[in-house]
Design a protein around this ligand. Structure first.
Ligand SMILES: Nc1ncnc2c1ncn2[C@@H]1O[C@H](COP(=O)(O)OP(=O)(O)OP(=O)(O)O)[C@@H](O)[C@H]1O
Length: 209
């Protein structure tokens, strides 16, 4: 798997008349892990949305650059990324197995794992045929994280990854992320140190006000 780097050239974002951040130039190197930190409302989620291409910057440019130096076209970037966040909803009518089949029809599964093995790996054994609308908030969060962890893609975005997780879930998160953090570019938006202890670099969005 070749891992791209993400280059931000002087990106700024304005909502209504308020600048959220300005003049952010930064390169997220392939295979490294980063935390985006800052106070509530400082712009962490906005930045991660811009990095993933789901929101456009008001000014500046974000490029995904392959190891050979070529820029990945915008319409191909989604193939390279997975993104777990509180504001991305699961399809509630699906059962767990249907959700896995749907997601992994778009992304390859790591090490060609059998999809039937994934519920157990996500601590969701026994919920295979349960509709997601009947999942608890912690179960939904484990599913979101599991879809990210077990997708064989080089870039992973996690926003508030441990929200709604109990102690068992948090330990699972920490173990799983340690297994993959050397193979991917990982960007975690968080205010909680235990969610990003593994990262190589911390970027505080408050530095770009
Ligand atoms: N679509 C939008 N329209 C207008 N303002 C927005 C929009 N999205 C975010 N904002 C504003 O941008 C600012 C940054 O929001 P953002 O969600 O990025 O912060 P955050 O650092 O992730 O916060 P938290 O730690 O509370 O999750 C806030 O003032 C928010 O109200």
């Amino acid at each position: 798997m070749t891992t791209p780097k993400i280059s931000c050239k002087s990106i700024s974002k304005k909502y209504l008349r308020q600048w959220i951040f300005r003049g952010l130039s930064y390169t997220f190197e392939s295979g490294k892990s980063y935390a985006i930190t800052g106070n509530n409302g400082s712009g962490k989620s906005t930045l991660i949305k811009i990095l993933s291409g789901s929101v456009l910057p008001t000014k500046g440019k974000v490029d995904y650059i392959q190891e050979d130096g070529n820029i990945i076209s915008d319409d191909k970037v989604f193939e390279k990324i997975v993104y777990a966040a509180p504001y991305f909803d699961l399809i509630e009518e699906f059962t767990l197995l249907e959700a896995l089949e749907f997601h992994f029809s778009f992304k390859p599964v790591v090490r060609n794992l059998d999809l039937m093995r994934l519920p157990e790996k996500m601590l969701l054994d026994g919920a295979q045929n349960k509709a997601i609308k009947h999942f608890s908030s912690g179960m939904k969060q484990r599913l979101k994280l599991g879809l990210a962890f077990y997708s064989d893609v080089p870039v992973m975005f996690l926003d508030e990854p441990c929200s709604n997780l109990d102690e068992t879930g948090i330990n699972w998160y920490k173990e799983e992320i340690l297994k993959i953090h050397n193979e991917r570019l990982i960007i975690v938006s968080s205010n909680q140190k235990f969610e990003y202890e593994f990262v190589d670099f911390v970027l505080n969005v408050m530095d770009y006000k």
